[in-house]
Design a binder for this molecule. Structure first.
Ligand SMILES: Cc1ncc(COP(=O)(O)O)c(C=O)c1O
Length: 471
């Protein structure tokens, strides 16, 4: 083997729990198949194929583009379309097409009670791209940077933020309402005492991944109070705001609606639209003090980062999303909730099958098991109260190999400081996803029912309880 080219003085990151599961999956799937076991998906947090129709999305987009071309050049359709598309396939402004931003500001603003200024709406490569730019803004300082996160937190955030060698994570435990506000304050202060620059508090208040809860409105207010008092801001990652199971008057408001001057909102179209086009937006009214006694909009710094990174967002994708924000007659939509309702019919049904099944098969053993009932999103967190159970990698691999049930262990979602506080943290929990399976319609319902039954049966057997009848 050739000698390594350079000695890099850097700490290497551990592989994320979801990557580990993806790597082990083909081997475990083969093992389950050898035993004649059917595979049950409660692991992947992907959008369901039944509500992800790219053909409809593309057809509507194309028809919308033709219509725009006709509007621009009524007598020469081809020239109109060519000119329109030229703009979409050329170099463009980092801010992206104004009509797409105006359309999004109108719809999202209406739907979540926020007044969005389209000039501060910056396109991102999904929420992942927003996370990346938020981190790189603070990395420029060249200092030790502290991120305040939930315990557990989204691995995509930690994976990105930890790329910077001088990043540190201070985590805050959660209950069913959300994170503990005073613990949040404590962690901000602890980070500062350690000489770290606190960048922001990162969280997922709606349909927390992987926490399986939505924060209550009261808790959101308490969190915002602490954030303001401590002089920081919150970054709310918001893939699941539209994947809500609450009635409209009970939906908690996003941080950006509560206090836009102390929140950065990362919207992504991945769940309400499709993930592939990689459409997202960052919105905020946070202002930052910078050198020379100056104050600037956070979005201005974010825009500078974006122009040095993606340079410009795919304008065709953004205008495709603009098309999605018009109805079948190309009238501007005022709301996306009717679109969400169609998707949520499937997610709510899957969620109900999961929660009803867990209640039916495990409800009598409340001393053994517990699970969250998420107000939004794709996940429920399942807890084993039996101290004999350790939901480590070996345990989840056993669930696949012996029962055909795919789940994700929770321990990998806890930052290392949470593991120091409690070495067993997350080792009694699994993340159950109800968003994805391979089939549609009645077959999907059947697959979901079978999955929850197979999982419940596995949980019973592993805890030394009687198996379900006929299994
Ligand atoms: C909390 C959270 N953030 C970000 C993402 C990724 O979003 P995007 O597809 O917009 O990059 C996901 C997707 O699962 C997520 O759950």
């Amino acid at each position: 083997m050739a000698a390594p080219i350079q000695a890099l003085e850097m700490k290497l990151q551990p592989v994320s729990v979801t990557r580990q599961m993806a790597a082990a999956f083909p081997r475990l799937k083969a093992l389950a198949a050898q035993k004649g076991l059917e595979l049950h998906h409660l692991g992947a947090g992907y959008p369901h194929p039944e509500v992800s129709d790219p053909t409809g999305y593309i057809a509507h987009k194309d028809a919308y583009f033709h219509r725009l071309a006709k509007e621009a050049a009524p007598d020469a359709t081809h020239a109109g379309l060519r000119d329109l598309l030229r703009g979409m396939y050329s170099y463009t402004d980092t801010l992206g097409p104004v009509r797409a931003r105006e359309a999004f500001a109108r719809v999202y603003g209406n739907d979540f009670g926020v007044k969005i200024d389209p000039s501060k709406l910056i396109p991102t490569v999904g929420s992942t791209g927003g996370i990346s730019l938020m981190c790189s803004m603070f990395e420029r300082l060249g200092k030790d940077i502290a991120y305040i996160v939930d315990a557990p937190t989204y691995t995509g955030f930690v994976t990105r933020a930890a790329l910077y060698q001088r990043s540190h994570f201070y985590s805050v435990g959660m209950d069913e309402q959300g994170p503990d506000p005073e613990a949040l304050r404590g962690q901000i202060r602890k980070a500062r005492e350690a000489g770290h620059h606190v960048a922001f508090y990162y969280t997922v208040p709606d349909g927390h991944n992987p926490g399986g809860i939505s924060f209550s409105e009261a808790r959101r207010r308490e969190i915002m109070r602490v954030v303001v008092e401590e002089g920081i801001f919150a970054v709310e990652d918001a893939p699941y705001t539209y994947i809500s199971f609450e009635s409209p008057n009970e939906r908690p408001r996003p941080f950006v609606a509560i206090d836009p001057e102390h929140a950065v909102h990362l919207f992504t179209a991945s769940k309400i639209g499709l993930p592939g086009p990689r459409v997202g937006f960052c919105y905020s009214e946070v202002r930052l003090a910078v050198s020379g006694n100056k104050t600037i909009d956070l979005t201005e710094l974010f825009l500078t980062e974006a122009s040095g990174d993606v340079l410009f967002h795919n304008p065709e994708a953004l205008r495709g999303f603009e098309a999605y924000l018009t109805d079948e007659n190309f009238e501007p939509r005022q709301t996306l909730w009717p679109v969400a309702a169609k998707k949520n019919a499937v997610y709510a049904e899957n969620r109900k099958i999961l929660l009803d099944g867990l209640r039916e098969y495990l409800g009598e053993f409340s001393g053994e098991f517990d699970w969250t009932e998420p107000g939004a999103g794709f996940f429920s967190v399942f807890t084993f109260k039996n101290p004999k159970i350790k939901t480590d990698q070996q345990f989840v691999e056993k669930l696949i190999a012996d029962y055909g049930v795919v789940t994700i262990p929770m321990f990998g979602f806890f930052p290392s400081d949470a593991k120091k506080r409690d070495p067993h943290v997350g080792l009694d929990q699994l993340r159950l996803s109800f968003s994805f399976c391979e089939s549609c319609g009645d077959e999907r319902r059947e697959a979901m029912k079978k999955a929850v039954r197979a999982f419940s049966n596995a949980a019973r057997i592993e805890c030394g309880l009687p198996s379900l009848p006929g299994m």
